[in-house]
Design a protein around this ligand. Structure first.
Ligand code: MG
Length: 233
């Protein structure tokens, strides 16, 4: 019986990745004299991935990787006005309002009486806290866990801390890799809601070999029906 529902935040509760796409487009534009956009995109992803273990996730990490990529792909020729344009874009990302995805507020209102709820998100602590405050969703959640990464052992630790059995736990998120598969691995239930933008790092190439234990839905509005079904299992 599900007692606890955890939600991913970025691109599950509110828009996020689209601002990264805009940043990537700006970088490609600034580097157009040096390299085609496809090369910029591929190099940025490579840089971000190799920097993950040092900088973690979030806007600041993205910014450092963009600057590093710009310097490398221009052979050091990129100028300070271009670097400044990147920094200004990062600042504008930090100033974005929490733009709730369709159906989020209505769904939380519908289900919050029947379940205990928390958010589990990765990224910059300050930025994630600011977005939660801006979202006006704080009152729905008993806990707000900002973690450095979303591995199965990190989920296991959160469940232990809140005294939750895996079979009582359901996680909702847009990333199969981060929000669903590790939860299924520890014995919880996953609900995958793909977002129109998914960062290449979060894409799982082959899901056919993974065990069951999760469902995929098109919109968070379908979550109450999923919860009803699970009650009768
Ligand atoms: Mg997400």
């Amino acid at each position: 019986m599900i007692r606890w529902i955890a939600f991913d935040a970025d691109d599950t509760l509110w828009e996020n990745e689209k601002y990264y796409h805009d940043g990537q487009a700006l970088l490609a534009q600034l580097l157009a004299p040096y390299q085609p956009a496809e090369v910029v995109e591929a190099e940025l992803l490579k840089t971000e991935t190799s920097n993950l273990s040092w900088y973690g996730y979030g806007i600041k990490a993205f910014g450092l990787s963009m600057i590093e990529t710009a310097i490398r792909l221009s052979d050091g020729a990129i100028g300070s006005p271009e670097i400044d344009a990147l920094i200004r874009h990062l600042r504008s990302m930090l100033e974005q309002p929490a733009d709730l995805l369709p159906g989020v507020l209505e769904t939380l209102q519908l289900i919050h009486n029947g379940y205990r709820m928390m958010v589990i998100t990765k990224g910059d602590l300050l930025d994630q806290e600011r977005k939660l405050a801006n979202s006006h969703l704080e009152d729905f959640f008993e806990a707000y866990e900002v973690v450095s990464d979303k591995h199965d052992n990190i989920y296991a630790r959160i469940l232990k801390r809140h005294n939750i059995q895996p079979k009582e736990f359901l996680m909702v998120g847009n990333s199969l890799r981060s929000d669903v598969l590790p939860v299924v691995k520890i014995g919880g239930f996953g609900v995958h809601i793909p977002h129109r933008f998914t960062w290449a790092h979060e894409v799982v190439a082959d899901t056919s070999s993974h065990v069951d234990g999760y469902v995929q839905i098109d919109s968070i509005k379908e979550l109450p029906a999923i919860l009803e079904t699970l009650k009768h299992q």
